[in-house]
Design a protein around this ligand. Structure first.
Ligand code: HEC
Length: 161
């Protein structure tokens, strides 16, 4: 760490020295971050939905999966479970709920934070549609997909988690 810091300081001083003779302040140090580094750091999800995969699903499909894989923790109809309630509170952009489910749910039962199964995009669209349905924001046969999910908005600010 100390070595790295020293090297950095040297570079900064040297770079500054080089550019001080030129016009304008150009440090001429470092390099552009690679695409890989940027995606490593960039964990936020664009509410416009460009980063999420294609897929689709309805609340009717989601309900079956919910009862099998989610209800044990989140409770029947999304209430009265041991995990956070999914009815009555939602993230401001439902696309973030989609992402949360896709990346982290269902939580494994071992308590170690790992997952027993990983959901497909279609399953995630269905489960999100079911959660929207529980919150009165979708009808049970509405098809939720990559194009319409970003447009879904929480109707009442009291809902926002
Ligand atoms: C073993 C228990 C367990 C199971 C099974 C489970 N969850 Fe969760 N879930 C949690 C816990 C605990 C949290 C809160 C901690 C966290 O955010 O990771 C959570 C958080 C969430 C959230 C975020 C709530 C928010 O907006 O803050 C959503 C959405 C969610 N779960 C959906 C699901 C869905 C859909 C399933 C089924 C595929 C599922 N969960 C299965 C335990 C579980």
């Amino acid at each position: 760490m100390r070595v790295r810091l020293a090297a950095f300081t040297l570079l900064v001083l040297f770079g500054w020295h080089l550019s001080a003779s030129g016009q304008g302040l150009q440090y001429e140090i470092g390099r552009s971050a690679t695409q890989e580094e940027i995606s490593d750091w960039d964990k936020t999800l664009d509410p416009a939905g460009k980063e999420i995969p294609e897929g689709k699903g309805t609340a009717v499909q989601g309900k079956i999966m919910y009862q099998e894989s989610c209800e044990s923790c989140h409770g029947e109809n999304g209430i009265n479970g041991s995990a956070p309630e999914l009815t009555g509170y939602l993230r401001i952009y439902p696309i973030h709920t989609w992402d949360k489910i896709y990346r982290t749910m269902p939580l494994g039962t071992s308590g170690a934070g790992e997952r027993d199964i990983k959901l497909s995009p279609d399953e995630t669209y269905s489960l999100t549609a079911y959660i929207l349905y529980l919150n009165g924001m979708a009808a049970e046969n509405d098809i939720l997909h990559k194009q319409n999910l970003p447009a879904v908005r929480i109707p009442d600010p009291d809902f926002i988690r």
